[in-house]
Structure formats: structure tokens, C-alpha cells
Design a binder for this molecule. Structure first.
Ligand code: GUN
Length: 303
């Protein structure tokens, strides 16, 4: 703590944890009604291959969320040596299973497995991750479909905090298939949140600060701890941090989840900012539940 107290205006915290709890409560109320009407609850299945620490945490959290909102959940585990054929067989069974509304294959997959082939095998109607090309295409064309959970979570956070996005310059850092690329499409769509002018930057963009300094909204999804500094953003910018890198340290866990945004310097300049943890992460989790109940309600097996 510095002795000379300087007056600084602190950005509004976009509290993803709080909003995610509201969303899960809404879903829970919906499920309670379904079950009270003597119908089965929604059922989500997660497939986990191998024992990647982050992947295990993500999948366990998804199962926990299912319990919280009243869904049935199943976890199918494979060793990291599983064959592509074996995985495809499991997907084929889940596609046919009338008791399964949605399922996800946790990424990344081991090298011997062709990720695209796996994603293509998922019935788009059960693809609650929104990763199938059919769903990605529908998203890009602004048709109703499952939106990938993280972009969906960011949109919902912007919506609930009534962040003005129309005509704003949105700069996205990172072009991954699950965050940066879909986010760049969604921010430019003709809707709210959306109607932004979008710049998609990535590892080959020279002088990223030249772009971020001119952004009204910055969305970071690059996985580089504390990359975005206060001096790289415009006064009053809205900063959305998707990064969650495990940075090793001497804490009990052995690591601390660290965002792409240098929160301390950015909070003085930004008008609104998501924290890590408690920002985008819990929103992502809530939106998977949202997609699952949507899959249930639109299922051909549930009038
Ligand atoms: N790996 C990192 N994020 C995700 C996600 O949202 N879904 C799946 N299936 N795998 C992931």
C-alpha cells in the first residue's frame, strides 16, 4: 500500500459469479417445474479422455453444475490411449440415446485422435458446446442454434450489465475456434449485444497495442498471464478477460489461475472489467447448462 493516497476511479466489476448464480437459479426453477410435471430432467453427458489437470477440473465442475440445476449427468472416462474408432462408437451411441439431451467431448484430445472428425460425428442437435460446423455456420448466419459457452457467457454478461456495444470498436485478441473466432462473429452481428465494429487480432498481429488503444471493448483470449496493461487501453474501455492460465507458485494448490489482463493497472483506466476468477469462467459454466436445457426443450423426444 502506498502512503500517498491518490484518488483513482475504479472500473465497475462485471461480476460473472453473481450473474452465473442468477442464471443457474433460473434454470433450476425451470427444471423443478419440468420434474413437478412428471417429466424426466435434462441429461448431460461429458466425455473425458486422459487426465489433463485442467480438463479434469472443467469436467468435474460441469457435473457439479448439473447437480446444482437439477440435471441428470453422466461422465464417460477414457484413457489417453483410446482409439478414434472407440470414441466414434461412443458418440454414435450417445447420438441415438433417447435419454441423452446433450453431450460434450472435453478438449483438447490426444494427438492420435482427429479432433475435427470427433466433432463432426456429434449430432448437431445434441452439440451443446456449439462446436459442430453446422452449428458454427448457423451462428455465423444469425440463425437459432447453440452458441459456444464462453462467447455465449460473455454476451450474456454484456447484456445483463447493459454494456453499450452498438457502433463500438471491439478488439479481440486470439482466434481460437472456441472463443476468439466465434466472438468476433457474434460482436459484429445485427443484435444486442453486437453491432460492434470488430478487429480480430492474433499472434501475427504486429503492435497489438496500436489496436487495443483504440478499442471501446477489449476481449482477451490468448492465454498469456497479465498481457494487457493499463497503458495499452483507452480511458473508459470495457475489458473482458477470458484467460485462465495456471501460473505455478507456492500456494497450497501449487498454482494460481491468472488472467490475460493485468487487473491492477487496467482497473484504473477501464470503465468496466471482468475479474479472474469470478468473471467469464462461471458464465461459461452457466451457459453450458443453458444450452443443455435448450437441447432438452427442442429435443425430438420431448414434445
Ligand atoms: N476445452 C476448453 N474449453 C472447452 C469447452 O468449452 N468445451 C469442451 N468440450 N472442451 C473445452
Amino acid at each position: 500500500e502506498s502512503k500517498s493516497k491518490s484518488i483513482s476511479i475504479m472500473a465497475k466489476i462485471l461480476d460473472g459469479l453473481k450473474v452465473s448464480k442468477e442464471i443457474k437459479k433460473e434454470i433450476r426453477a425451470d427444471v423443478d417445474k419440468i420434474v413437478a410435471g412428471k417429466r424426466r430432467p435434462p441429461h448431460l453427458v461429458a466425455i473425458l479422455v486422459g487426465s489433463n489437470g485442467a480438463s479434469m477440473t472443467y469436467v468435474n465442475n460441469k457435473i457439479k453444475d448439473c447437480k446444482e440445476v437439477g440435471f441428470k449427468s453422466s461422465l464417460i472416462k477414457f484413457s489417453s490411449t483410446v482409439s478414434e474408432a472407440e470414441l466414434l462408437e461412443t458418440i454414435s451411441e450417445l447420438n441415438k440415446d433417447k435419454d441423452v439431451d446433450g453431450f460434450i467431448v472435453q478438449l483438447p484430445l490426444p494427438k492420435q485422435i482427429d479432433q475435427e472428425k470427433i466433432i463432426m460425428a456429434i449430432d448437431p442437435r445434441k452439440d451443446v458446446d456449439g462446436f459442430h460446423p453446422e452449428n458454427f455456420g448457423k451462428m455465423a448466419l444469425e440463425m437459432d442454434t447453440f452458441l459456444p459457452a464462453t462467447p455465449f457467457g460473455i454476451l450474456t454478461l454484456l447484456e445483463r450489465y447493459q454494456i453499450d456495444t452498438k457502433g463500438k470498436h471491439c478488439v479481440i485478441i486470439g482466434r481460437s475456434r472456441i472463443v476468439g473466432k466465434p466472438m468476433s462473429i457474434l460482436m459484429g452481428r445485427k443484435d444486442f449485444p453486437g453491432n460492434s465494429t470488430v478487429t480480430l487480432t492474433h499472434s501475427y498481429t504486429p503492435h497489438i497495442e496500436d489496436f487495443t488503444k483504440n478499442a471501446d471493448i477489449v476481449i482477451t483470449a490468448l492465454g498469456d498471464p497479465n498481457f494487457l496493461k493499463g497503458e495499452m487501453i483507452k480511458k473508459g474501455a470495457v475489458v473482458i478477460d477470458v484467460g485462465i492460465t495456471r501460473v505455478e507458485d507456492n500456494t497450497e494448490k501449487g498454482y494460481t489461475l491468472t488472467g490475460d489482463v493485468d487487473f491492477e493497472s487496467c482497473k484504473e483506466i477501464a470503465s468496466a472489467i471482468t475479474p479472474v476468477p469470478g468473471g467469464v469462467g462461471p458464465m461459461t459454466r452457466a451457459m453450458l447448462m443453458k444450452n443443455t436445457i435448450l437441447a432438452y426443450k427442442t429435443s425430438v423426444y420431448n414434445d
